[in-house]
Ligand binder design. Structure first.
Ligand SMILES: C[S@@+](CC[C@H](N)C(=O)[O-])C[C@H]1O[C@@H](n2cnc3c(N)ncnc32)[C@H](O)[C@@H]1O
Length: 250
């Protein structure tokens, strides 16, 4: 069984990953972005978009849409990522003028909500976003972020069920009480290839996703998106909710 530490993360090719997954936006990703946008806007309803919060995207990889979705609400966003090539990719994206036009379609969906309309992402990314190379298992459980995302990470980093649970736990324990969150999972994935390199996944079910989150969440909704993007998985799940007030659980 491939554990997280066994996978070839230093060989992750971010440009190939973006070409395979995001350069031609799939309707399912646009739907995910719309659901996440509406969730964050609902959570902050009545609160004028005022960049005071701290956001985190755990295992950001080569995906800018979670960071874009948090932009109106945050004075700081941490993109936490382990694979060195992805860290370099993210740093290029947030540099002035560096944001790839591949992300414009996702911003288009976000911009349908008035909270996003005042924001010019290319002006704000380099002042708000920090990219840090870190192992998510080293998150210390201090519950210090006010808003968080984790997309296709806990399920797509190891074949080991214990590491799936630990990944979710580390993410949820990084969030402060009431923090809105969005997390996405590939259902029943037997792993994935990026530029010919194989990466591990845990074949998670919807029931296991729910069970892993429910202890930490309130207002939890799990959307089964009934969409398969390639062979070797059974669908995609999007979990939306808020961190409840229970203290960090090891
Ligand atoms: C399937 S990709 C998802 C990337 C991105 N979040 C997305 O939505 O497309 C899984 C990501 O998890 C990252 N990852 C794997 N193990 C990690 C760890 N221990 N700590 C932090 N990130 C990790 C990988 O480098 C990769 O970027």
């Amino acid at each position: 069984m491939d554990r997280n530490a066994d996978a070839p993360w230093s060989k992750f090719d971010p440009e190939a990953y973006v070409s395979d997954n995001y350069r031609t936006p799939l309707p399912v990703d646009l739907l995910i972005v719309a659901l996440m946008r509406d969730h964050f806007s609902r959570c902050f309803e009545g609160v004028p978009p005022d960049p005071l919060l701290r956001g985190v995207d755990v295992g950001a990889g080569a995906n800018m849409y979670p960071a874009l979705a948090m932009l109106p609400w945050c004075e700081k966003i941490l993109l936490l990522e382990y694979a060195a090539p992805n860290v370099e990719y993210l740093r290029r994206q947030i540099a002035s003028g560096g944001l790839d036009h591949a992300w414009d379609a996702f911003w288009g969906v976000l911009g349908e909500d008035p909270a996003y309309r005042e924001v010019v992402p290319r002006d704000r990314l380099d002042e708000v976003v920090l990219v840090q190379r870190q192992n998510l298992f080293d998150l210390d459980g201090e519950q210090r972020w006010d808003l968080g995302t984790m997309f296709f990470v806990a399920d797509s980093m190891s074949e080991c069920p214990e590491e799936f649970g630990r990944g979710v736990r580390c993410f949820m324990n990084a969030l402060d009480k009431d923090a809105p969150f969005a997390a996405a999972f590939m259902k029943g994935s037997d792993g994935y290839r990026v530029a010919g390199q194989k990466f591990p996944a845990y074949r998670v079910t919807e029931a296991e996703v729910e069970e892993s989150l429910v202890h930490y969440s309130c207002e939890l909704e799990i959307h089964d998106l009934h969409h398969v993007v390639r062979e070797g998985h059974d669908g995609m799940l999007l979990a939306l909710g808020r961190r409840n007030s229970r203290v960090s659980v090891p």
